[in-house]
Write a protein that binds this ligand. Structure first.
Ligand code: BDR
Ligand code: CA
Length: 315
């Protein structure tokens, strides 16, 4: 039985790759997308989500526009990482569909509550929509099947401040609500995503197939690779979000530890820092399963094969 998924996302270059991977994965059914501020404005990322669905001939998937601002912090977009449009150098056609009228947070609530125990929520942007949903309808905590979160840097350095990962830094208060909600969380932090680089050779393999899908991946990741080279001296780029999506049906890509994890919401240099109580100093039960080891090529082969398949269908 395929898993039914809600994808909460801020596309975003690697978010778009996660949407494409979801569409290319028979193991899951993408029931809907909720959008969230982050890599670009909510208006822009909502348009991007719809355009990506059009690119992959998947206009039937509903897109729900979510929150425009973090709960407490000011907005922090990331044009240096994802470009002004959020999709690097890619130029996508205008969407064929419009966003749904319902708010993204309400879609999360209503979809989970009408399918108790059946919906996997995959959150790959700042956690504002999810936190709002938890506060508005706390019963989603018992009724969601599982929550996969891309965020945090447990032992690894931050990618936005020396201590903080982007999604948790942008809305640390939302991350705090979600981490302490009691939902069954699987966290994909930078500790594993930075071990897994999408290389120019990987892109060249995809470009052997002439398709709007491979052209999109090339135009988007060229910008992302330039960012990684300039800011982090990494050859290639880190595709955090599709790895998180892949774990919904191929958990063996990673090794996990059940841990008590918290996020710093004080106002100092540690804002957004995520940390795990490895020695159980605080005598608190684990609040999530954290991916801390990874088989990089297992993920990359899966990703490349699925993108090749999608590109052939759309060539
Ligand atoms: C996360 O931040 C964004 O830039 C990416 O889309 C990913 O979700 C990585 O820190
Ligand atoms: Ca993202």
């Amino acid at each position: 039985m395929p898993k039914h998924i809600i994808l909460d996302t801020d596309p975003g270059i690697d978010d778009s790759l996660a949407i494409l991977l979801a569409l290319a994965s028979p193991e899951i059914v993408l029931d809907g997308i909720s959008t969230i501020h982050g890599n670009a404005s909510t208006t822009q990322v909502t348009t991007n989500a719809l355009s990506i669905l059009k690119l992959a001939h998947a206009n039937q998937i509903p897109v729900y526009r979510g929150c425009e601002l973090p709960l407490v912090q000011p907005s922090l977009l990331s044009p240096e990482t994802h470009g002004n449009s959020g999709l690097g150098y890619a130029k996508l056609p205008e969407p064929a569909a419009r966003p749904q009228v319902k708010h993204g947070s309400d879609f999360i609530i209503e979809h989970i509550m009408s399918h108790p125990g059946e919906i996997s929520l995959v959150a790959i942007g700042p956690l504002t929509n999810v936190a709002l949903a938890v506060r508005k309808e706390p019963r989603i905590v018992e009724n969601v099947k599982e929550v996969f979160v891309m965020g945090g840097a447990i032992k690894y350095q931050g990618n936005t401040t020396p201590l903080a990962e982007y999604n948790t830094y942008v809305d640390p208060h939302a991350a705090h609500v979600v981490f302490h909600s009691g939902m069954p969380i699987v966290l994909t932090p930078l500790d594993v995503t930075y071990d897994c680089i999408f290389l120019k050779e990987d892109l060249n393999r995809l470009l052997k197939i002439d398709s709007p899908i491979t052209k999109f991946i090339a135009d988007a990741t060229r910008f992302y690779m330039e960012f990684h080279d300039e800011y982090q001296k990494i050859d290639g780029c880190v595709i955090n979000d599709p790895m998180t999506l892949a774990l919904t049906y191929m958990p063996e890509i990673c090794d996990y530890q059940d841990l008590y994890v918290d996020v710093d919401i004080s106002t100092g240099v540690g804002l957004g820092n995520t940390f795990a109580d490895f020695y159980n100093y605080e005598k608190k039960a684990p609040n999530m399963r954290v991916a801390l080891g990874v088989r990089p090529r297992m993920f990359m082969e899966l990703f490349l094969e699925r993108m090749e398949k999608l590109a052939r269908v759309n060539s």
